[in-house]
Design a protein around this ligand. Structure first.
Ligand code: NDP
Length: 401
């Protein structure tokens, strides 16, 4: 068994994802909590050159973070590193396979399991979905005092498991919906077949797409304030975006940073009124309106040193010193693998028959952020997850009785 070291910390959903994937492989690992052990934090930065958690080492070799671990698994390279044998091409058949484990997928699982359909949930790259990288959820009915996103998804999962849902860690790389049974293909080429498939693959954080953002990701650039805000204690940071996510993350960052500058491309926020008011009320948050980040300055070795910002109205370019840049500019549906198979709009949101969750392929249903460009709330995702399970149950009763 190889020695696996994971530098991790509290409130880090990507650490939870990485642990989940390793646990699903049946291996054990050593956890180094850098929030409790500041010396080990410096050791992590020295060994990995990165300022984001988790950082994972297998037999002393730096693997990277949770996304890197997931990518290795998808490419079939993780199991050999862990000393595990290759799996056979065909695993099992299920009546209902649900792709995704966020609010939509887990609600679909609760309903499908209670309908005796024994669903399999394939958890995807971010088990628990986007709510696992948020903090307080204050608008989900039934929680008058609010609830933490990760805790809420844990409750959804337990409820789905209670009625007989099974879970599989991993990501789908291909699907074959051209014949029956429907086939989904997991990272290492494993096939899973199903009578009905519910797509609940959600959406992922968008990035600016500039070269310096990619080069400096993990070296001062981050897409997750709850994971990495801790590294910026006593410093001044920038956050890009004008929606609820950006306001929530800006407020979270005020716990650590001395000043948080929000860079927004317009002069009004998209965020809800309550979040705007909270952000405006914070003495630590300032706004740069009508502004776009042109370049993030710094090197992977030295970290971020500043940002170059252009005023989109006047064209004026200014440079600002900072060690941290957080990106919070919305989301992209995770539907690339369905291109050419399932109907989708130009952005990638799956199209469903109006008022239902039926896609253009018989027996394939879509719910949650993968098909909802308009509402994108936890409660609407859960609602459409419920609809998809009911649609699947009725479709199965008609076609597979
Ligand atoms: P949104 O799409 O609502 O906002 C994205 C923001 O990023 C917008 O202000 C947008 O600018 C800006 N943006 C987009 N692309 C770029 C780019 N390339 N460069 C610069 N800026 C860019 O996404 P959110 O993730 O904030 O929210 C998604 C959904 O989740 C919403 O429905 C929101 O209400 C909900 N949510 C609710 C929370 C809560 O209630 N506590 C917390 C978090 C999210 P512009 O405004 O000009 O389009």
């Amino acid at each position: 068994m190889p020695r696996i070291e994971m530098y991790m910390g509290y409130g880090c959903p990507y650490c939870a994802s990485a642990k989940h994937l390793l646990a699903s492989k049946g291996v054990s690992w050593e956890e180094i909590n850098i929030h409790d052990l500041p010396d080990r934090r410096d050791e992590m930065i020295r060994r990995s050159g990165r300022m984001t958690i988790p950082q994972i080492f297998i037999d002393g070799v730096h693997v990277g973070g949770s996304d890197d671990l997931q990518a290795l698994d998808t490419a079939g390279r993780l199991d050999p590193m862990l000393g595990l044998g290759k799996k056979g091409p065909h695993r099992e058949h299920h009546k209902v396979v649900i792709l995704g484990s966020g609010a939509a997928g887990l609600t679909a699982a609760i309903y499908a399991a209670r309908a005796d359909l024994a669903p399999l949930v394939i958890e995807g790259g971010q088990p628990g979905g986007q709510l696992t990288i948020t903090t307080d959820v204050e608008n989900y009915p039934g929680f008058p005092d609010g609830v933490q996103g990760p805790e809420m998804m844990d409750l959804f999962r337990k409820q789905a498991a209670r009625f007989g849902t099974t879970f599989l860690a991993g990501e789908i790389t291909r699907v074959d919906f051209s014949r029956r049974p429907l086939t989904v293909i997991l990272g290492e080429g494993e096939l899973i077949t199903a009578d009905a498939v519910i797509v609940a693959s959600g959406a992922s954080a968008k990035l600016l797409g500039i070269e310096s953002e990619k080069r400096l990701m993990g070296h001062g650039v981050s897409a997750c304030a709850t994971c990495d805000g801790f590294f910026f204690r006593g410093q001044e940071v920038f956050i890009v975006g004008g929606g609820d996510t950006a306001m929530e993350e800006a407020l979270f960052l005020t716990k650590f940073a001395t000043k948080v500058t929000v860079v927004h491309r317009r002069d009004t926020l998209r965020a809800s009124r309550i979040m705007q008011e909270r952000a405006f009320a914070s003495e630590k948050i300032v706004f740069l309106w009508d502004s776009a980040v042109e370049e993030i300055l710094g090197t992977p070795d030295g970290g971020v040193t500043g940002v170059r910002i252009r005023n989109v109205k006047t064209g004026e370019v200014t440079e600002h010193a900072t060690q941290g840049v957080f990106i919070a500019i919305g989301h992209q549906p995770n539907t690339t693998i369905f291109k050419g198979v399932l109907d989708m709009d130009e952005v990638g949101y799956l199209r469903v028959r109006p008022g239902t969750t039926h896609t253009n392929v018989e027996g394939v249903f879509a719910c949650g952020d993968a098909m909802d460009a308009r509402y994108r709330q936890a409660v609407t995702a859960a609602g459409s997850g419920c609809m998809s399970a009911i649609d699947a149950e009725r479709w199965l009763a008609e076609h597979h009785a």
